[in-house]
Ligand binder design. Structure first.
Ligand code: CP
Ligand code: NVA
Length: 307
């Protein structure tokens, strides 16, 4: 493993599988009351420049279960909100803490934090990607389907941070990935270049959701307007009309097709209430697995060398 988890593009297939296997083991330990306080005495700083429920609670709880401590720094209330440069904040936290989780806008800010620190930096979502979420997603799909290799993943909606990480994570794990998005809302060029860089990757980009959903083993979607895009809500509502997981779409997929949503969900927009409720067990397993997948990431990046 490298020093940081900045984006899935930086990880090999082996790194990803190592995280998933470690997450399965940590989940087993937690469910069976087996002590796993590998990060005893360690501290994680969590910087949030955007809202969060799952990421904040799962990192903080995960750190506690690993025997360490997590502290919450909101962008607004820390000196970051008053313009203290990231490189200075980084060099200060480097002296106090053993790791930093950051949720912010620009990917470059996270990459810069990593350059100015000796401690691990974990990306808790940027406009570009959401690697921790997709590690939990891959863990959940593997839990339900036993394998990832050879399965077909479909993503319907905005070519956003979730789409970018799902494409990279899915392809690296040997899944076929089919994406449907409206014109002008495609995934990032860097991700499309990656998807088209290896002839063994099975990747396709569609306009019509029904073309991407055929025979899918798992269908993902995400909100039409992400954090920071609140002012575009009306324009996006028009652009994304029909980019919805509904029963008609599910009928095209494999009969045992799973549905995954990183949450929060907007029923009646990207997913109908009936499909959401029919797949609620899988969706909340996915939310739970944020805890276990992130504990694996923290363990692998922050453990003592001798462990
Ligand atoms: N899925 C996810 O990252 O949720 P939060 O925004 O609540 O952290
Ligand atoms: N694409 C969404 C994901 C939220 C977890 C956003 O960035 O707001």
């Amino acid at each position: 493993m490298q020093k940081d988890l900045l984006k899935l593009l930086d990880l090999s297939k082996e790194d990803i599988l190592n995280i998933l296997n470690t997450a399965d083991q940590l989940k087993y330990n937690q469910k069976h009351g087996i002590v796993h306080d590998y990060l005893h005495g360690k501290t994680l700083a969590m910087i949030f420049e955007k809202n969060s429920t799952r990421t904040r609670v799962s990192f903080e709880t995960g750190m506690f279960q690993l025997g360490g401590h997590a502290l919450f720094l909101s962008g607004k209330e820390s000196q970051i909100g008053r313009g203290e440069p990231v490189e200075d904040t980084a060099r200060v936290l480097d002296r106090y803490c053993d790791g930093i989780m950051i949720r912010t806008f620009a990917q470059e800010e996270v990459e810069e934090l990593a350059r100015f620190t000796t401690i691990p930096i974990i990306n808790g979502l940027t406009d570009f990607c959401h690697p921790c979420q997709v590690l939990a997603d891959l863990m959940t799909v593997r839990e339900h389907k036993a394998v990832l290799e050879g399965l077909k993943m479909c993503y319907i909606g905005d070519g956003n941070n979730m789409a970018n990480s799902l494409i990279v994570g899915g392809l690296k794990c040997g899944m076929e990935v089919a994406v449907a998005c409206p014109e002008g809302y495609e995934p990032d060029e860097q991700v499309l270049d990656f998807a088209r860089s290896d002839p063994s990757f099975r990747f396709s980009l569609h306009r019509a959701p029904k073309d991407a959903a055929v025979d899918a083993d798992v269908i993902f979607t995400d909100v039409w307007a992400s954090m920071g895009q609140e002012e575009e809500r009306a324009i996006r509502a028009k652009a994304f009309e029909g980019y919805q997981i509904n029963q008609e779409l599910m009928d095209l997929a494999h009969p045992d097709c799973m549905v995954q949503h990183c949450l929060p969900a907007h029923r009646g927009e990207e997913i109908t209430a009936d499909v959401f409720e029919a797949h609620a067990q899988e969706i909340f397993d996915e939310a739970e697995n944020r805890l276990h997948a992130q504990k694996a990431v923290m363990y692998l990046l922050m453990k003592n060398k001798e462990d």
